[in-house]
Write a protein that binds this ligand. Structure first.
Ligand SMILES: Nc1ncnc2c1ncn2[C@@H]1O[C@H](COP(=O)(O)OP(=O)(O)OP(=O)(O)O)[C@@H](O)[C@H]1O
Ligand SMILES: [Mg+2]
Length: 265
């Protein structure tokens, strides 16, 4: 007999994977891992780690929802749900005033509008191009020989950003290499990189009716330089979750709980 208290969400992203367990409607435990080349294996490892942290075994979990680009690889999930729905639900749970969600991950950036219950009303996504995503940041970090998690702090030291004119990651990479060769300050280059991504996402958001509050999810929300740049463009404060990478898995777990309670499984 299952204990109908525990629900799980698992988000298999292009770069990172997260599993999260809810006890009733509270977060019990979660895990974050690099996705790597084998999503099936990482899905299992990630879930095992979250279960272990919560002191549970999988048979005690009543319903599991998988999301993210690799959600089809999660054989043990009861249902797959898109990231759009899950990020909206997760963001609304953490910040109930959320009406707009910006999710920037490794290969996707999305802007989602929601109603007062966290249900999606509209969304836009980047078009199969890495320019406005974490991947762009990873490429630039490598060129500048710094860690991705240092980019934000470093860019905040710059007074002004160097203009990055190329829209494409490959061309922007060559442009940054030239800027370094010209002796430009790396912190100012970083600020230019952050402004470039933020302008792209802001441009996407203009296609929607953006309303307060805005919540920023995905790994890129850990980058203070992007947060600063986006807040300046949107001209308002943006909510940042304590752990922005788990919001998709949280939304998936909330969907699992709701489906189970409504008897849809
Ligand atoms: N500690 C950190 N500091 C700054 N940036 C970070 C940090 N950790 C991750 N990132 C950024 O987050 C990105 C990955 O985001 P995330 O984990 O949300 O991706 P994902 O969900 O796997 O991708 P997608 O949703 O597009 O499939 C990285 O490319 C990097 O730019
Ligand atoms: Mg993601």
């Amino acid at each position: 007999m299952k204990n109908h208290t525990f629900f799980a969400g698992i988000d298999i992203g292009s770069l990172s994977s997260e599993a999260l367990i809810l006890k009733d409607n509270r977060i019990l435990s979660y895990s974050i891992m690099n996705t790597g080349a084998y999503p099936e294996r990482i899905a299992k490892d990630c879930m095992d780690q979250a279960l272990k942290k919560g002191g549970l075994n999988i048979n005690q979990v009543s319903c599991i929802v998988a999301t993210g680009y690799g959600r089809i690889s999660v054989g043990f999930a009861d249902k797959q749900i898109t990231e759009i729905t899950c990020h909206a639900r997760g963001a609304h749970y953490l910040f109930p005033g959320t009406r707009t969600v910006i999710d920037i991950g490794g290969q996707d950036s999305k802007v989602i509008t929601t109603d007062e219950n966290g249900f999606v009303t509209d969304f836009v996504m980047n078009d199969k191009c890495s320019a406005g995503t974490g991947r762009f940041l990873e490429v630039m970090a490598r060129v500048l020989e710094i860690e991705v998690n240092e980019m934000g702090t470093r860019s905040m030291r710059a007074k002004a950003g160097v203009q990055i004119s190329s829209m494409c990651t490959v061309f922007a990479e060559s442009e940054v290499i030239s800027l370094i060769a010209d002796g430009k300050d790396p912190d100012e280059i970083l600020k230019g990189i952050h402004d470039s991504i933020s302008k792209r996402v802001f441009g996407m958001a203009k296609r929607l009716r953006v309303r307060d509050e805005i919540t920023f999810t995905g790994g890129v929300a850990k980058n203070k330089g992007i947060v600063y740049s986006l807040s300046s463009l949107f001209k308002r404060k943006i909510n940042i979750p304590t752990e922005p990478q788990i919001v998709g898995a949280l939304g998936a777990a909330l969907c699992a709980r709701e489906m189970f309670i409504k008897g849809k499984l």
